[in-house]
Each structure stands twice: as structure tokens, then as C-alpha cells.
Design a protein around this ligand. Structure first.
Ligand code: ADP
Ligand code: ASP
Ligand code: MG
Length: 404
């Protein structure tokens, strides 16, 4: 069997943890399996590197940020190979350049285009455990790129898909995918399995346990994922195509504390204004999420929308530069907001889910500022200060379904 095992930052945070991971991989290797290990940077290394960069230049060129951040993963893989050597097992570390993990050219948010398999297969055939850097790639200019925060999961899936691996395990600091972030909702329950579509929604809506693009890629290439703890042997959660007859009404609650809201006040109430605003933002590479347009009064209306807080500054900059052309009278922007979402495939066929969610928020005294929905999710924008309380209230409302 060929297995891909990915370990997150907390799983390799110190010497003991590194040896723990080394032993777990060696166990698999000694059973006769071919083992590819994908690692994240140790503990808070990536955050520390970002802080270091911000201290030098808060507007650092993205190319140089990627050059810097990629060293975190390179440190982990080299140390892991040393630990395995110490335990008497042949192992080799490889970075994205050595494997040749080709990505698009967009620094800090690159996507995989193609992964070469020759070098990995060659090393596996030589009887080694192969340890690959997560999170990084190489673009057509031969520059290092990174995949966005949490991107090591996507590296693991890309390698599993390319090598047609028999198993792809994502090891982390929780026992699997829960009905809500167990750090915020204490009685959240571990799900034995979850469909790709539901997991993709949860991951995109802030459940950081899996990088959203890793789920997208796993679905596309039919890679079954197992999410489990690196610190115990518990079963974990299977992420795969689930075809149960009775779909769960709500399979999970997620929150995103990194949202920002921008309101454009008093724009002209005429055709083409929304197009110009969102076309401009799209051309600037800014991802817009929830959008709300007020009913026009006289010849004016307001348009508000959310973006990730890391893109709020850039969004405000291009909008202000184009204020007159876009007929904007005034701006409002705030970062103290959060998105709270419920996800469940059963929502498609069951009415009343939104009403129950809003009822739970009302009972908890939480004000809803914006709403958006898809077939299998409902998202509300609320004040950041309310989010943990709101998440617990909404989780409790649907816990009965979740328990069944
Ligand atoms: P790693 O470093 O292993 O990649 P992450 O910090 O990226 O780990 O992801 C694991 C964390 O995701 C958990 O510690 C947990 O707090 C958080 N999390 C958020 N939502 C969920 C959820 N629905 N199920 C499990 N964990 C979740
Ligand atoms: N080290 C990177 C991060 O902190 C990638 C990852 O952990 O998946 O975002
Ligand atoms: Mg992660």
C-alpha cells in the first residue's frame, strides 16, 4: 500500500512530537507500506515569520513573503528526516522545488497545476520514507509560492491524487471533524463521516480543520480523506462521497472571525453601478462574499458586502481611488464582524431551518446584520463580540438532529 500522512504544525511543535510522528510513520513503513509524509511548519513558526516580516516592512512584496514563509516547512522536513535516521530508518526530505510541485504564479495564494511523481517514486523505490514540505510550490518563473494559510492539507491531497495513494490521512490536534470547533463549543460531537460537499462548505466558512482547496481537490480526484489525531489512535472522520438516504439536516456549525464589512453609501440608483463596483474589485483580485443592496430611495441606494479582513485595506484603496466614477457618497468599513454558518445536505428538502437558526440567535440576543444562503448552508453576519455565544446557541438548537 502507498500511504500519504500529513501532520500539522502542532503535531511537530517540538522534539518529542517530532519523534512521535517519526515513530508513527515508521510503524506504517515496517508493515511494508510505502510512506510519503507531508509536514507543516513547527508550532507557530509561520506566524512568527509573518511577524518578523511585518516588523521590517508591513507592505512586503508577496514574492519575498513566500520566500520567507517556505522556510518553516523546510525546517520541519529536514528535522523529521534526521529523527528517522536516528531511529535507524532511511528517510529523505524534499522541498517543493525538488519534487517539482508546479503551481500558478500568484504568490501567497497559488494553486497546484501539476505534481511530478518521478523523484518521489524513485526515493520510495529505494526503500526510503519520503518527507515533503507542505504549503509551498514552484511557479513558472522558478520562484517559490505558497498556497494560503493552512495549505499543507492541499499538498497532501495533491500528492495522494498524483500517486494514486491507497490512503490519505490528515493528522491534527483534534480527533476528527466535529459538529463545531471543539475549542468554542465544548459539547461538539465528532462526526464518523462527512460528504465532500458539506466539508467543503464548512472549510470555506471558517472550520480550519481542513484547507478548503484540499477538500475541493479530494472530491475532484476521488481521494478519501481521514482526519484524525496525531496524539491518539482514535478512528477519526472519513471525508468522502456519502450516499445515505436520510441526509443530516445540519452536520456542522462554522464561524469565520476574519470577515470585514464594507458599505458604499448613497451610490446612484441606476443600472450598471453594481457591475462597476464588483468588476473593479474582481480585477483587483479581491474576493467578495456576502452582498446586500438596499432598496433605492429617490435616486440613491447603498451596497454593502463582506471581504476577508486581509483584503479590506486593498478593497478600500481601489474603491476610494474610483469614488467619483462609482458615484459613492460615503464609505463605512468595519472589521469587528464575523460570519456564522450552518451546513447540512438535508436543508435542501426541509423547510424551516433558517427560521430555527434565526430564532436561536434571537433568544441569545444576537443581532443579524446580513444573511446569505446556498442549497446546503445558511450564513449570517454578526458582531464579532457575539460569535462564540451565537455559535453555542445555534449548535444547541440543532444538537438533537446532530445526535441522531
Ligand atoms: P493543523 O496545524 O494540524 O493543520 P489546524 O489548526 O489547521 O491544525 O486545524 C485544527 C483546528 O481546527 C482544531 O484545533 C480546531 O480548533 C479547529 N476547528 C475548527 N472547526 C473545527 C471542526 N468542525 N472540527 C474540528 N476542528 C475544528
Ligand atoms: N504553515 C502553514 C500555515 O501555518 C501551512 C499549514 O500549516 O498548513 O498556514
Ligand atoms: Mg491546518
Amino acid at each position: 500500500m502507498l500511504v500519504v500522512k500529513k501532520f500539522g504544525g502542532s503535531s511537530v511543535a517540538n522534539k518529542e512530537r517530532i519523534f512521535n510522528v517519526a515513530r508513527r510513520c515508521i510503524d506504517d513503513y515496517k508493515k511494508g507500506n510505502k510512506v510519503v509524509v507531508v509536514l507543516s511548519a513547527m508550532g507557530d513558526t509561520t506566524d512568527d515569520l509573518i511577524a518578523l516580516a511585518n516588523d521590517i516592512n508591513p507592505d512586503a512584496p508577496k514574492r519575498e513573503m513566500d520566500m520567507l514563509l517556505s522556510i518553516g516547512e523546510q525546517q520541519s522536513v529536514a528535522l523529521m528526516a534526521m529523527a528517522m535516521a536516528k531511529l535507524g530508518v532511511p528517510a529523505i526530505s524534499l522541498n517543493a522545488f525538488q519534487v517539482a510541485m508546479h503551481t500558478t504564479s500568484q504568490y501567497s495564494n497559488a494553486r497546484f497545476k501539476r505534481v511530478d511523481k518521478d523523484r518521489i517514486l524513485h526515493e520510495l523505490d529505494a526503500g526510503k520514507i519520503v518527507i515533503v514540505t507542505g504549503f509551498q510550490g514552484v511557479n513558472k518563473y522558478d520562484d517559490i509560492t505558497t498556497l494560503g494559510r493552512g495549505g499543507s492539507d492541499t499538498t497532501a491531497v495533491a500528492i495522494a491524487a498524483t500517486l494514486n495513494a491507497d490512503r490519505c490521512e490528515i493528522f491534527t490536534d483534534v480527533d476528527g471533524v466535529y459538529t463545531a470547533d471543539p475549542r468554542i463549543v465544548k459539547n461538539a460531537r465528532k462526526l464518523p463521516e462527512i460528504s465532500y460537499d458539506e466539508m467543503l462548505e464548512l472549510a470555506s466558512l471558517g472550520a480550519q480543520v481542513l484547507h478548503n482547496r484540499s477538500v475541493e481537490m479530494a472530491k475532484k480526484y476521488g481521494v478519501t480523506l481521514v482526519v484524525r489525531s496525531s496524539l491518539n489512535e482514535s478512528e477519526g472522520t472519513l471525508v468522502r462521497e456519502v450516499n445515505t438516504v436520510e441526509k443530516m439536516l445540519v452536520s456542522g456549525v462554522a464561524c469565520d472571525k476574519h470577515a470585514a464589512r464594507i458599505a458604499l453609501i448613497g451610490v446612484k440608483n441606476e443600472p450598471g453601478v453594481a457591475f462597476k463596483v464588483f468588476d473593479l474589485l474582481a480585477k483587483a483580485g479581491i474576493n467578495v462574499d456576502m452582498i446586500l443592496q438596499s432598496v433605492g430611495r429617490d435616486d440613491k441606494k447603498d451596497i454593502s458586502f463582506t471581504v476577508d479582513e486581509t483584503e479590506a485595506k486593498d478593497a478600500m484603496k481601489v474603491l476610494k481611488e474610483n469614488k467619483d466614477r462609482l458615484t459613492i457618497t460615503d464609505f463605512q468599513d468595519e472589521e469587528n464582524v464575523a460570519k456564522l454558518s450552518i451546513v447540512g445536505a438535508g436543508m435542501q428538502t426541509n423547510p424551516g431551518v433558517a427560521a430555527r437558526m434565526f430564532g436561536a440567535l434571537y433568544d441569545a440576543g444576537v443581532n443579524i446584520r446580513m444573511i446569505s444562503t446556498s442549497e446546503i448552508r445558511i450564513t449570517v453576519l454578526i458582531d464579532l463580540a457575539d460569535v462564540d455565544r451565537a455559535m453555542n446557541a445555534v449548535h444547541a438548537e440543532f444538537m438533537e438532529e446532530i445526535e441522531n
